[in-house]
Design a protein around this ligand. Sequence first.
Ligand SMILES: [Zn+2]
Ligand SMILES: [Zn+2]
Ligand SMILES: [Zn+2]
Ligand SMILES: [Zn+2]
Length: 204
Amino acid sequence: MQEIISKGKCRICNKEFSQSRIRKHILSCNKDNGKEKVFLIKAEAGPFWVYFEIEAKKNLKQLDQFLRNLWLECCGHLSAFTINNQRYSIYEQELDYDEKSMNVKLKEILKPNLKFNYEYDFGTTTELNLECLKEKDGNKGINLIARNEPIDFKCKKCTARAEEVCVQCIWDGKGFVCKRCSKQHKCVEPYFLPIVNSPRIGMF
Ligand SMILES: [Zn+2]
Ligand SMILES: [Zn+2]
Ligand SMILES: [Zn+2]
Ligand SMILES: [Zn+2]
């Protein structure tokens, strides 16, 4: 993909930060502010990132659903978390011998400074890096603290704003095109998808 610097606003103080600086900021800006025990979590894939708080009594299935709604859902693919070398699968009916179900509470498996992984779709996999940043008092449910603003991808031919991406060419950086240039785009099997603000960009 293109080399990209993404940025986004901290929703607590409304100030804008680059991807590399917002982590430190949120750790200091985000104080105790409610009655529930919550985890502050970061999820990231390349230039796409999100910080959110989630009640510790929620389970992995609810975290999975949140990530799907925010970013990933395209057609109901399978997904799995890997936490402390343990795999937790969404596919409860047929767990492998070494897998567990996502029906487990976050407070039983997460703790501050723990990094873990998530995969969506085992065919064209989108992988997220997650990190439990801290445990604090916060509000009910799942609350967004910050996420990257839509990224301004440029057309590889004319540098206008890209509006589509060719699924075949996204990985060598030539896939991003504006409407006009997309008509002249040549590759073995052109297939265009709209630009979305999600690590699922260019996949289906
Ligand atoms: Zn802030
Ligand atoms: Zn163009
Ligand atoms: Zn192409
Ligand atoms: Zn799909």
